[in-house]
Ligand binder design. Structure first.
Ligand SMILES: [Zn+2]
Ligand SMILES: [Zn+2]
Ligand SMILES: [Zn+2]
Length: 257
């Protein structure tokens, strides 16, 4: 089963307009270093986090989406939702705040909760409950982040499990309930926003690697990487030296699980 990291970047993307840091400068010269905002596609029509680059992602992906899961309502994870208008039948699932913002975005864009003639269904997820969304098992678990409600997902399809941290502070490492849930997943997609962790906000490089060591997934992919983080090859070296089965995402990295 294929999983595609559509966007590997954080809220400002790389290059960030007007920024002259090393990563932004390199990304202007070599598109392989560009990072659009975080989003993931899982084979079978599942898209996680319809960020502001959704149109660009969908244009390249060119596949049907029937389920959209939203980790939290920050703009870099949800503000592309109206671009999902190409999908006539869609289930949008998130925590109550995510659903509230999703509905508001649709209202602003379409003056209705769905584009005219589309059948969009909103599903409010309770943390820790197990759901079947279009035949796929989904558990939304809470994380600590700089918004009142944020979560990650454990998604099971065709006997393969994908755990996605969403944006999370380093508190996740000591959250035994979350660790027990996602431990041993086939794929862990962990955020690795900054060089150093910011409590209750984002993971730094060492803490993201620490999380991967604890979760012991078959494979780990690090994403949601800020322009202010280390360059790609330095991050790759750090992951390699940690001796974990992990890779550092670029945009459109494809993983087979
Ligand atoms: Zn984010
Ligand atoms: Zn920069
Ligand atoms: Zn966020």
């Amino acid at each position: 089963m294929k999983v595609i990291i559509l966007g590997s970047g954080s809220y400002s993307g790389t290059p960030k307009p007007l920024c002259t840091c090393e990563n932004c400068t390199r990304a202007r010269i070599n598109p392989a270093f560009r990072r659009t905002r975080f989003s993931v596609y899982i084979e079978g029509g599942i898209l996680i986090d319809p960020g502001p680059d959704l149109h660009y992602h969908l244009e390249k992906l060119n596949k049907e989406v029937e389920t959209i899961l939203i980790t939290h309502a920050h703009f870099d994870h949800i503000f592309g939702l109206p671009d999902a208008q190409v999908f006539k039948k869609l289930t949008i699932a998130s925590n109550p705040l995510g659903i509230k913002v999703a509905r508001s975005l649709a209202m602003l864009a379409f003056n209705s909760e769905a584009p005219l003639g589309n059948d969009w269904d909103y599903v409010e997820l309770k943390f820790w409950n197990e759901y079947k969304v279009n035949g796929v098992k989904v558990i939304h678990f809470p994380v600590v982040h700089s918004i009142e409600m944020a979560g990650g997902f454990l998604i099971e399809r065709k006997n393969k499990t994908v755990a996605i941290t969403g944006d999370t502070g380093p508190e996740i490492i000591r959250d035994s309930e979350v660790i027990d849930l996602i431990k041993g997943s086939d794929l862990l997609i962990s955020e690795m926003t900054h060089k150093e962790s910011i409590p209750k906000t984002h993971l730094g490089v060492n803490d993201a690697i620490e999380l991967a060591k604890i979760v012991k997934a078959e494979q780990t992919v690090f994403a949601h990487i800020s322009h202010s983080n280390y360059p790609q090859e330095i991050l790759e070296k750090k992951v390699r030296e940690a001796k974990i089965s992990g890779i550092v995402a670029r945009d459109f990295t494809i993983i087979e699980i």
